[in-house]
Write a protein that binds this ligand. Structure first.
Ligand code: GDP
Ligand code: MG
Length: 451
């Protein structure tokens, strides 16, 4: 995965404070390989990496992240943005019924999707109607009827046997364009507010198929045309998508079979090359194996490093670079280091402490984890409680803490007076250490540690 690949890069870049062009090139090389391994089409990879490189060159230096991490963060953000940023919802027609047309190759999962969509729409309070406009394949109508029954959603299909040219297997026949058109009137009559039109596919891109799909489109005037694509077809997804874009046009993409071991490169390729967003994702044969598409989750899947990416974000938030910098400036400027500062550092430590379990997953973080292992949560709790029991004046200037004040604080925080004394003692030590400290960075907490 990318995280394995980057581990080496991380190691060599650790400790550097700035993004050099070489750093960026090295990281981009790894990302390029990772994307190709995730089955992203080559032209899409090229475009993408070029965009990432350009953004990285102008990137601001982060306090919390090393250069490789910063590039990965940019990659993640770019991926999410190409995948549409936020989940795109169905645009419902102002005047029902809303018409959703499904298009895609045979076997891509259209009919299965029709059932899932119907089920999902029903769950959202809609009253959907599935339309069997695939009269090509024997059994296609029956398949949709079975799917509809399972989903508890009505199906509009041609009457069996009342037209010429009936297919031998299930007796359905006729003109898919007429069926699609008739379904709209049926929906209006029966108050269905969303119509999902299932269409025929072929095994390959085919002029006849495109013409039929375009004719159905013209007959029903869809509010959304969804291009359904099997994530497993990988590199072929781009050519297929382009053919459907030219032949029929579409507004959104549905990725299916994400339960397979496809890395999801198709999502990036199709989104980048067609400029259309992925709207839904299917990950199984059951009705519930379906969700609206989440660009951020897919970005992580493509990079194959989900947790690492969220860790990077978490690290950024936790370290709160600005806050640390402010603290450093305060200390170096010789300003008074107060118990309030002490408390806020303690809280930062606590945030770090809660990360310690997962930190080991980040390349190059093992060292830090060792330090974090020494943080005693209970001790932080106790110290926080003591400081919170002090008045603002006392926190600002602990020298005023006489015996009676200390006794009051001990009562307020549920500790012994000697625990309060101990803390005050340690704080004075820390304050002294701060005064002698000449270099900044993210300050640790002198005087606070084991023992
Ligand atoms: P259509 O030809 O486009 O209508 O495709 P179908 O809906 O008939 O699906 C083709 C096959 O793929 C069927 O065997 C489905 O059960 C299966 N299928 C559809 N979606 C998924 C999915 O998300 N995951 C898996 N594992 N199988 C799927
Ligand atoms: Mg089908």
């Amino acid at each position: 995965t990318l995280s394995d690949r980057l581990a080496a890069t991380f190691k060599s870049l650790r400790g550097k404070g700035r993004l050099s062009e070489q750093d960026i090139d090295a990281t981009c090389r790894e990302i390029r390989i990772a994307l190709l391994e995730a089955d992203v089409a080559l032209p899409a990879v090229r475009q993408f990496v070029a965009a990432v490189k350009q953004r990285s060159l102008g990137a601001e230096v982060s306090q919390a992240l090393n250069p490789a991490q910063q590039v990965v963060k940019i990659v993640n953000e770019e991926l999410i943005s190409i995948l549409g940023g936020q989940t795109r919802r169905i645009r419902f027609a102002k005047r029902p019924p809303t018409v959703i047309m499904l298009a895609g190759l045979q076997g891509s999962g259209k009919t299965t999707l029709a059932g899932k969509l119907g089920h999902w729409l029903k769950g959202q309070g809609h009253s959907p109607l599935l339309v069997a406009a695939d009269l090509q394949r024997p059994n296609a109508v029956t398949q949709l009827q079975v799917v509809g029954e399972r989903a508890g959603v009505a199906v509009f299909a041609p009457e069996p046997g009342n037209a010429t040219g009936r297919t031998p297997t299930d007796g359905h026949s006729g003109d898919p364009i007429k069926v699609a058109r008739d379904s709209l009137q049926h929906a209006r009559d029966k108050m269905y507010d969303v119509v999902v039109v299932d269409t025929a596919g072929r095994l390959g891109i085919d002029a006849e198929l495109m013409r039929q799909a375009a004719d159905i489109r013209d007959a029903v005037g869809p509010d959304e045309i969804l291009f359904v694509v099997d994530a497993m077809i990988g590199q072929d997804a781009v050519a297929t998508a382009q053919a459907f874009l030219d032949g029929v046009g579409f507004d959104g993409v549905v990725l299916t079979k994400l339960d397979g071991d496809a890395r999801g490169g198709a999502a990036l390729s199709v989104a980048q090359m067609t400029g259309r967003q992925v709207m839904f994702a299917s990950n199984g044969e059951k009705l519930d194996d379906f969700d609206v598409f989440h660009p951020d989750r897919m970005a992580s899947r493509i990079l194959g490093m989900g947790d690492v990416l969220s860790l990077i974000e978490q690290a950024e938030r936790t370290f709160d670079a600005q806050q640390a910098e402010q603290m450093a400036r305060k200390i170096m400027g010789g300003d008074q280091f107060t118990l309030d500062d002490f408390l806020s550092q303690m809280e930062q430590l606590r945030k770090l402490g809660s990360m310690q379990k997962i930190l080991g997953m980040l390349p190059g973080m093992a060292e830090m984890r060792q330090q974090l292992n020494q943080i005693d949560e209970k001790e932080i709790d106790r110290v926080s409680a003591i400081i919170r029991s002090m008045t603002p004046a006392e926190r600002q200037d602990p020298k005023i803490l006489n015996g009676s004040r200390r006794a009051r604080i001990a009562r307020g925080s549920g500790v012994s007076v000697s625990a309060v004394n101990n803390l005050v003692e340690r704080f004075f030590e820390a304050q002294k250490a701060m005064r002698t400290m000449t270099r900044g960075g993210i300050p640790g907490i002198p005087g606070f540690g084991p023992g």
